[in-house]
Design a protein. Structure first.
Length: 413
């Protein structure tokens, strides 16, 4: 069963928590003891209704005090698919949280309050969605009950958002009118919106096509671990374990190991302990090569006729997540998949306004939540693809050498 990872983003009080609570509640994904605890805490107990927002708000309180940069993750499943929800806060001072949650999401749900329409925060969340190249977008027009389920209100929001989406190059957008509070169009289609002919939110999430998002053309295999048992029965065994992040590998393929440039051929592929003729993304496998060449963790095995870029100077869009400011010349560790190298932020070209996409002059120091265009120089060459072309091999993180804390998220240009 496949997994859909999605992020919910919206302004404060647009109903994100209620939406997630409603999805979990109506899809019967809440434990009985959890339900009982929420029923006791619910503010509107008099009329017997429970406050579904409480399912995620416990996590929100600690997150907004800056205890963790982690997003609140919720897990649930239906007979068709498993889901991981990343609940990101809406404030601008938590841009890093949204970037963290969105970086590995397949889909973004952008909530819009039907009464307010497209606001500044909607644009900012859409800009981050486009910067992080999230392939699928759902525009959830919530609180339709407060505008009498008006078709005109919904249409006007669709027209407004479509112009934002076009300017950002967002693709595969689905618009769903709903009321998270009343459960309209969340799990079941609602008869209060007879003019809406599309699917309910859960039906759409269950059926979003994910296989088209995987790149099968550019074969990339970052080595996680070199297996050399050196026992008597496995005396000559040498396998390279890892996950194929894109592309297809077959026995007999001519390969190059980057960044060393050494070449060989694939002699054997193991999947789940059994030999197979070919393997493809996103399978975890062990590759064997015809030649005993020097390969270690962090090297990238690619096909001879399809090479990534290999450089030690990277142009990146960088979201700063560190509490200490960033200055040009600061040294960090850069990690791209399993490869970790020493790096220095050489220069800052400009700062990006996440509300308008305007380029502002380069700041002397970069503060928490700032997004900048920068040049990073690495101590040794790094094999990479541009983030727009191949997200899985174009996203990196910067790590503080002393504290081991992740301080930056990079999208390689």
């Amino acid at each position: 069963m496949d997994i859909l990872r999605f992020i919910t983003a919206g302004s404060v009080d647009d109903g994100k928590s209620t939406l997630i609570g409603r999805l979990l509640y109506d899809s019967k994904s809440i434990m009985i003891d959890q339900l009982e605890a929420i029923e006791k805490q619910s503010k509107n107990k008099e009329d017997g209704e429970i406050d579904l927002a409480l399912l995620t708000d416990g996590l929100r309180a600690e997150r907004e005090q800056g205890i963790t940069i982690d997003v609140a993750y919720k897990y649930f499943s239906t007979p068709k698919r498993k889901f991981i929800i990343a609940d990101a806060p809406g404030h601008i001072q938590y841009t890093r949280n949204m970037v963290t949650g969105a970086s590995n999401s397949d889909l973004a749900i952008i909530l819009i309050d039907a009464r307010n329409g497209v606001v500044e925060q909607t644009r900012r969340h859409s800009i981050i969605t486009s910067l992080l190249n999230i392939p699928h977008v759902v525009v959830a027009v919530n609180k339709m009950d407060l505008v009498d389920y008006s078709h005109d209100v919904f249409n006007n929001i669709v027209i407004d958002f479509a112009s934002v989406a076009e300017s950002l190059g967002l693709k595969d957008i689905t618009y769903i009118p709903m009321s998270a509070l009343d459960g309209d169009n969340i799990v079941e289609k609602s008869d209060k919106l007879p003019w809406y002919e599309g699917k309910s939110l859960l039906d759409h999430l269950e059926n979003v096509e994910l296989t088209n998002d995987i790149n099968y053309n550019d074969a990339r295999f970052p080595v996680q671990y070199v297996i050399r048992p050196q026992t008597e029965e496995l005396h000559d065994y040498r396998g390279y374990a890892g996950k194929i992040i894109s592309g297809v590998y077959k026995i007999g393929d001519k390969i190059i190991v980057q960044p060393t440039g050494l070449s060989s051929k694939i002699s054997k592929i193991e999947l789940g302990g059994k030999p197979v003729e070919e393997a493809f993304a996103p399978q975890s496998v062990i590759l064997h090569l015809e030649d005993d060449i020097d390969i270690s963790r962090g090297d990238l095995i690619v096909k001879e006729n399809n090479q990534p870029l290999v450089e030690n100077e990277l142009e990146v869009l960088l979201c700063w997540m560190g509490s200490k400011p960033l200055k040009p010349g600061n040294k960090y560790l850069l990690q791209l998949n399993s490869r970790v190298v020493k790096a220095v932020v050489k220069e800052i070209e400009y700062k990006l306004d996440v509300n308008s996409l305007q380029k502002e002059p380069a700041p002397e120091t970069v503060s928490l939540n700032d997004i900048i265009k920068a040049t990073i120089k690495t101590a040794s060459p790094v094999p990479f693809d541009s983030y727009k072309k191949l997200r899985v091999n174009g996203g990196a993180i910067l790590i503080d050498e002393t504290s081991n804390v992740t301080v930056g998220a990079c999208m390689i240009q």
